[in-house]
Design a protein. Structure first.
Length: 617
């Protein structure tokens, strides 16, 4: 966690806001007439009886595109329109729960004869999410229907999902890329020295490495030790999973550079042949060859030349359950995904106030008897994290059990909001722990002095003159460090009380260190290894529910917002294709936006952060 460097952050955010405003203004000016044309097209389209049909004997084409997420990020309606609404978007997001429900429905649907995994445009979103999909694919297989995977090439995580197929096809000119895990960061100390920027860091914890880029030019030995440990654990989960799926040894997927060259030479430099020789894939085919395989399996589509199929997006919309009019007693699910920020935040981000309000909503809903808090977060603001935890405690005090289900990340602030739950589940590859706290303030007095700019004046006390353009008073720095140390003591005390451990036991495994779910279970930071289904069952058990409903609790949209989303989502199909594609300029602007958002995430009122900077794989 780090105190936000206000000047840098504000500059970046201002630049992005100006660029984004101009971009949207131009788009609205140019495409405003198109907007009304689109609406007319949608009205005409809705007046027809055309519906998505599933022909008997079809394959479900799981053509996932974009990043798999626990909760979709809220975007403005016009931007949703430009991004094809809810249609396939390689730069978009796919809801994990929707994928699982779709696979489960296809298993029971007599019209679906096979499942085809098309993962060429899929991003990971985390190993735990892919493993969850894999478990549901295994359940699909129990229906007796075959599962096939086909791609022009597989990245490491695309291959993980493909490994759950009965048969893996690879393009004759393709390759499978399995590199392992790495964790490399950029370090700025020398650059800050040259720019004469002073980074004042306050932290507790040997392993709290989020601030290291500002005080070092390399990764500390402690950080390397901790990162190497969790990466080895996670990579073992990966290797064991694909090895079991393929009937091979985990060592067959842990190749170093020399092993790879030996295998490639044995295949005369042909990467596709190498994958076949290693039994990573089953067959090499062209796209036409795979089409013929599918024609033989499910037959030809009624129109066009493809095999009989329905794609994921059409099928998911077709089988989407209607809203519950009279909800029964049940378990509420609240998703806490993203950085933990202060105030009211949109979906896809955790807000101290907004997420607390969802927990409060569950507490006052008589139909909700227990809550599963699904956490996928590296942390953020210490203040906002505590706001959320207080509502977890209030739920428990109201007699409603709270079970945490950790997704890919539940570290630092993500662990803070989890620790007080009645029961905690993690996945083996979950990154959790990172129990530590830090603050950082950057000052620019030396930079300005080098430019001939000086600051001077008077104040009633040295504390009153604190500024980013003046040296920090020593008393102030001492006070900040005391706040940080107190925050760390509060963190380990809370964990000790919640997890029934001593302060010494928690301190030994805290210090900002990141652990895999496997190690977290051994250390007592979580209760059990399991997925979302296990967490829901546990919540129902703790609430003594035998027959129950499961309901996602989220922010309510106004009728106007719902109508606008529906209209714009449908309208995207009628836009010229060029308008819905993400341009290179847009991608560059997205990168600028991400940098600005990263700085904006440091918004704690006391400049105290619980954030895991090393949590990525």
């Amino acid at each position: 966690m780090s105190a936000k460097p206000l000047t840098t952050k504000n500059t970046l955010i201002l630049i992005w806001n100006v660029i984004n405003f101009v971009r949207k203004l131009i788009l609205n000016i140019i495409f405003f007439p198109i907007f009304f044309i689109v609406l007319i097209a949608v009205i005409v389209a809705l007046s027809t009886d055309k519906e998505v049909q599933v022909d008997d004997g079809s394959a479900l084409l799981l053509n996932l595109a974009g990043k798999i997420v626990e909760q979709k990020t809220e975007i403005d309606p016009f931007e949703a329109l430009m991004k094809q609404g809810n249609k396939r978007d390689e730069n978009g997001e796919i809801l994990l729960s929707e994928i699982l429900d779709t696979i489960d429905s296809a298993a029971q649907d007599n019209r679906i004869k096979a499942l085809v995994l098309d993962v060429g445009d899929m991003e990971s979103g985390g190993l735990t999410k892919l493993e969850a999909i894999g478990r549901h694919i295994n359940d699909f297989k129990k229906s007796g229907k075959p599962v096939l995977a086909m791609a022009n090439g597989y990245t490491q995580y695309q291959y993980l999902l493909a490994s759950f197929a009965d048969t893996i096809y690879l393009n004759e000119q393709g390759m499978v890329t399995i590199d392992g895990l790495g964790n490399y960061r950029m370090y700025y100390k020398s650059a800050l020295d040259k720019l004469k920027i002073n980074a004042h860091v306050f932290r507790v914890g040997t392993f709290k490495s989020a601030v290291e880029p500002y005080i070092r030019d390399d990764m500390s030995d402690a950080a390397k030790e901790a990162n190497r440990k969790w990466m080895n654990d996670v990579w073992q989960v990966y290797a064991d999973t694909v090895a079991q799926n393929r009937g091979l040894s985990a060592d067959d997927f842990r190749m170093n550079g020399a092993d790879y060259l030996t295998a490639l030479k044995a295949a005369n430099g042909d990467a596709a042949a190498m994958a076949l020789n290693l039994k990573w894939v089953d067959k090499l085919v062209t796209e036409e060859g795979f089409r013929k395989v599918m024609l033989e399996l499910v037959g030809k589509a009624s129109t066009g030349h493809s095999f009989k199929h329905i794609d994921y997006y059409d099928y998911a919309a077709l089988i989407a359950p209607p809203p519950t009019i009279l909800p029964t007693e049940g378990v509420g699910i609240i998703v806490a995904k993203g950085n933990i920020l202060n105030g009211d935040q949109p979906a896809g981000t955790i807000g101290g106030q907004s997420t607390a309000n969802l927990l409060k909503k569950a507490r006052f809903d008589d139909k909700i008897k227990a809550v599963v808090l699904r956490v996928d977060s590296p942390g953020g603001s210490a203040f906002a994290s505590e706001q959320i935890r207080q509502q977890v405690l209030a739920l428990k005090a109201a007699g409603k059990p709270v079970v945490v289900s950790m997704s890919s990340l539940a570290a630092s602030g993500g662990y803070w909001i989890s620790a007080s739950a009645d029961y905690i589940y993690a996945n083996p590859a979950t990154l959790t722990g990172s129990i530590g706290i830090f603050g950082m303030i950057t000052t620019f007095e030396d930079s300005l002095e080098a430019l001939g700019i000086h600051t001077d004046g008077v104040a009633t006390s040295d504390m009153a003159g604190i500024s980013l353009v003046r040296p920090l008073p020593e008393d102030f720095k001492t006070a900040i460090q005391m706040h940080i140390e107190r925050g760390y003591h509060n963190f380990i005390s809370m964990v000790a009380e919640s997890r029934h451990m001593t302060l010494e036991q928690v301190d030994e495994i805290a210090q900002g260190r990141v652990w895999s779910g496997i190690e977290a279970k051994k250390l007592g930071l979580v209760d059990e290894l399991g997925d979302m289904d296990a967490a829901i069952s546990k919540a129902a058990e703790l609430a003594s529910l035998t027959h129950y409903d499961v309901r996602v609790i989220e922010k309510n949209l106004s009728p106007e917002q719902k109508m606008l989303q529906a209209v714009l989502g449908s309208a995207s199909a009628y836009l010229p294709q060029g308008l819905t594609k993400v341009s290179a300029t847009d991608k560059l602007l997205q990168q600028v936006s991400q940098v600005a958002e990263e700085f904006a995430s440091f918004d704690d009122p006391q400049n105290m952060y619980m954030y895991c900077g090393a949590c990525s794989y």
